[in-house]
Design a protein. Sequence first.
Length: 153
Amino acid sequence: MYPVRPWLYVGKHRDTMNLPHLNANHIGAMLQLEEAVAQPGMHVLYLPIADGVPLPVETLRRGVSFLLLEHGLGRNVLIACAAGISRCVTFAIAALKETEGIPLLAAYSEIVQKNSRALPHPVLWQSLCSFYHENTPYIEVLRIYNRKRPAGS
């Protein structure tokens, strides 16, 4: 689990089960994309999303609405998927787009600076571009990804 912003964290499914670590980071809400895990006193939204499958507009809207609500309530939020690389990064990009008004590619660049393995699946990227009416080719995502990765990784 790593912070993208003081209120926004991205992580793996296993992070959702580590209550001491969640508490240490003051996580008050989780958007879970792999499996539902309940934690005491924590607000949770589980959205069963497969990697490599287009995101339905309503699913993306539900996830983003949850993130915005929890952020507005002052809660730190963890977005978690299986490996913490693609699906959760997709929603973190949307969260930055919504809260900071930055373009999708700039939001992705911010995230990959925090975790050089962050890389949304091309289909998920296209879902974001369609939803936000931005026409940014996936090759631009790969250019940023390849610049941020350490040699040999």
